[in-house]
Design a protein around this ligand. Sequence first.
Ligand SMILES: *Cc1c(COP(=O)(O)O)cnc(C)c1O
Length: 234
Amino acid sequence: MTGFEQLPARLDEVRRRIGEAAARSDRSPDDVRIVGVTKGHPLAAVRAATMSGLVDVGENRLEEMEEKQAAWGGEEAPRWHMIGHLQSRKAPAVRGRIALLHSLDSIKLARRLERTAEGDAPVLPVLVQVNTSGEEAKYGFSSAGFREALPELLELASMRVEGLMTMAPLTSDTEVLRSTFRRLRELHEEQLDRVPAYRGTQLSMGMSNDYEVAVEEGSTLVRLGTILFGERGR
Ligand SMILES: *Cc1c(COP(=O)(O)O)cnc(C)c1O
């Protein structure tokens, strides 16, 4: 017993719902990738994920990810995603460890990552986190701050901006969720028109309670924890 026996059935259900949400917006479900968020769960969750064919796994704390990576003995390693706020002091450690940083949330962090990159370091794929919910407590660029910072971000040779990420407020009000996600998509489309060097393709939006709305609004990466792995213990 690992506690994750239900994962394959839950994944099937989530995939079915993603398919329906995509169809409502004339999108292909193939354009939506699931990142299984294993934070707060033991390594067995990561193992269950890869065994179920879920190769993208997300963590929000660097230490926890490093522990799991060190303990990972299996052959087929997952693609690790960092989805949480990085303290700029610890930030350089993500380079070479992850497939995608979803939470590039300040110019300070970007500059720190650039400054600490060795000459032969692998380019870090990043998403710029934008606070399109307007909630004070959330990390991320404001929309205006993002527009202003983007030219500089695109010049940083040590990273590649692959798109944007946002987090919606914790609410069941579909219209609040929808407008948060829509603002991110519109901001992305606006930059594609306006900034030739911006060639983002990814929108990371949607969690367990709001991924269907996010898919309707154009999400290409949904970050799902609870709905797949159950409540977090720690
Ligand atoms: C924890 C977390 C998730 C997953 O949340 P669930 O509600 O458990 O699906 C997604 N994104 C971020 C940034 C998180 O920290």
